[in-house]
Each structure stands twice: as structure tokens, then as C-alpha cells.
Design a protein around this ligand. Sequence first.
Ligand code: SF4
Ligand code: SF4
Length: 268
Amino acid sequence: MDSPDNNTQANIPPVQLDENSRFKFKCHKGVSCFTQCCRGISIMLTPYDIIRMKNRMKISSEEFLAVYTKPELLEKTDLPVVTLKLLDDEQKSCPFVRDDGCLIYEDRPTTCRYYPLGVASLSYKEQEKEGFYFFVNEPHCKGFEEDCEWMVKEWRKDQGVDIHDDINAEWTELIVRKRSIPKNIRLTEKTKNMFFTASYDIDRFKRFVFESTFLDLYEIDNKTIEDIRSDEIALLRFSFRWLKWLLFQEGEFALNKTEAAKRQEKIK
Ligand code: SF4
Ligand code: SF4
């Protein structure tokens, strides 16, 4: 699985595909290239990917980020993201690849599910137009020689990537929107750290919400508080809404006026 960035860097215009575009592809253990695409790759991880993978490994988000990811700044956005950290072997293998396939197949990341397609909104940095798919062309991939036809929308459903996209949708929108803002508008380090924590480190974000004065500072109804306490996905969606407020001062977050006034007094 090659990095979509390589296409970008080479400035090769991608063939733009939509939901109804058709293509022939099949990947199975009998292909001569089996698991080649899981080596020498660059895979950007989404917030929901981290939740699926850390739960699969039965470790905290903090531990998962420390062991399995590499921090990067996403070009044109100034936003911190993470990519999968590869092994230091000759082939730069994914830590989850084995001779018989992916060790965490049911919980594999969004990019792996989409392959051999890429998604413009996250991957294709030089394109202004968003919302299309393209082929991640790799000469070693024999899957295109198989006689099995798909529509893009069928492929997305079959690979379970529609669920990932639905959960990540508000986060993806933030990235797309931030990319369209002029480069000279920079984020503070504090905002970048908040973006990182709220996007990727769900266990730390939960502590931030429930063990700091966060819930005093904002007007948040009791049902939402109960939902985000017991449901990780509800907490993740909540974190995206909070990031929208943090980055663009938009959305449903309202400051508790009494608490905000108290804080202002302290600053004076
Ligand atoms: S057919 Fe393509 S996707 Fe399947 S293992 Fe080979 S390189 Fe990877
Ligand atoms: S997570 Fe699984 S599918 Fe994705 S690159 Fe690693 S081994 Fe391959």
C-alpha cells in the first residue's frame, strides 16, 4: 500500500472517481503479492481508527499512540496527526502484518479498508476539490487483474469503511476547512495540543472532561454528560464538536457565564 502522498509529490493528476465509478479488483491469499502492500507504507490514522485499534490491543489510547504511531503535521493545515509507526526491518513492515495477513483485520484502519482507493479529502493534499476517490496505483498490486467488479459505494460498504467515515465525518470536515484557511493564520501550541488530545487520545480527553473544571466552564446538559461518560463513540463525536468550537468558535458550545466571569476576575 503506497502512500497517496507520493502521487501528490509527483504532481500526477489522479483519475477522479465518484460513488458510482466502477473498477475491477480482488485481494486474496492466493495472489503473488499477498501482504506486499503492508510494507513501506504511510498510513495516516483517523480518530476512530485509534479507538478500534487500541481496544483490539486492549491498551489505553496513550499507550497505543506511544507504541504504534508517529506524530506528523498535516501539510496546509498546521494540524497534528499521526501515522502508523513501521517496524525497523528491511521492508519497513507494518507492525500488524503476518505471513497469513493482517493480525487486526477486523479493526484495520480506514486507509487499509479503502485500498486500492484513496480519499481526496484526507490524502490528496494539492487538490482544491474535495470529496472524490482515486486509485492508489502500485505496480506490484495484482488485485486489479482479478475479474471481480465493484462500484465505489459497494466497495466502501463491503470493507466497512462507511461506518468509519460516518463517525469521522465531523473531524474530516475540520481538516478540510482548516486547509482552506490562509497559511499565515497559525495555531498556538496549546490549541494544537488540544486538537491532538481531542482527536486521538480519547482516554486522556475523558479525564480532561471529567477531572478538570471543563464541565463547570460550559453549559452541557445532563443527558450529554451521561452519554459521553458511558459511550466512547459519543465522547469522540462530542470531542469533534468541541474542536469546531475551539478552532472556529462555531457550534453548540456555550460558556457558563458565571464561571467565565469568575475566571476573568482571576486574570485581572
Ligand atoms: S492484491 Fe494488492 S491489496 Fe492485495 S495483497 Fe496484493 S498488493 Fe495488497
Ligand atoms: S493494519 Fe493490517 S491491513 Fe493495514 S497495513 Fe497493517 S497489516 Fe496491512
